[in-house]
Write a protein that binds this ligand. Structure first.
Ligand code: SF4
Length: 204
């Protein structure tokens, strides 16, 4: 949706609806007060897709990049970073309306280095780190978590992500099925699809 209801301040509260790749980027920017190029692109276009308008986006990124001890000044943000975020909204340069990246695009980019947060965690995290993240998302260790980890090991990242969505939204999905409602069970192929499906289920 692009109804303008997403504000710079409300973005963190929406993390519960975001897939692991975007959760990881959000945690990255909130702890580092910075993201490198690919991370900025992946997260800012996603946020644009969930309805963060240009004005709120500038406020969000400035808040994140200039908050906390040791972070950059507002002057530095305006001088070195504001342009790239405005560019993603088509407000600078070629004025192209860039689209949020789908999983295929995310997976086609170079893998993140140690200080980077972009990419797909089902591909890029070590099994232990991934298990830890899944635990934080509410999955208990056991056969269902092992299923997700095995899918990731086999390179079936989107199937792993879809499985995590189903496990973390199980109660609502079950309630809908019980009511005879149709549940979209197609594979997650886009982070914004994961998000909108989660928001939709919350309203159920
Ligand atoms: Fe993100 Fe797609 Fe990977 Fe899920 S499968 S974590 S939506 S890139």
């Amino acid at each position: 949706s692009n109804d303008g209801s997403v504000t710079a301040e409300s973005v963190p509260s929406l993390m519960k609806h975001m897939p692991l790749c975007m959760n990881h980027l959000m945690k990255g920017v909130m702890t580092e007060h910075h993201l490198k190029y690919s991370g900025r692109q992946q997260l800012s276009l996603f946020l644009k897709g969930i309805g963060l308008n240009a004005e709120e986006a500038m406020r969000f990124w400035q808040m994140q990049f200039t908050a906390g001890p040791g972070s950059m000044s507002i002057e530095r943000f305006n001088k070195d970073y504001k342009y790239t975020f405005r560019h993603n909204y088509g407000l600078e340069g070629g004025r192209i309306n860039y689209k949020p990246w789908d999983c295929r695009t995310i997976l086609s980019k170079p893998k993140p280095s140690k200080s980077e947060f972009h990419g797909c965690p089902y591909r890029d995290m070590h099994r232990d780190q991934l298990a830890n993240e899944l635990h934080k998302m509410g999955l208990d260790s056991g056969s269902r978590m092992d299923d997700v980890l095995d899918l990731s090991d086999r390179g079936e990242y989107q199937t792993a992500c879809t499985k995590v969505f189903e496990l973390t939204h199980k109660d609502r999905i079950d309630a809908m099925l019980k009511n005879g409602e149709t549940v979209d069970e197609t594979s997650i192929i886009h982070p914004n699809l994961y998000y909108s499906r989660s928001v939709y289920l919350e309203g159920k």
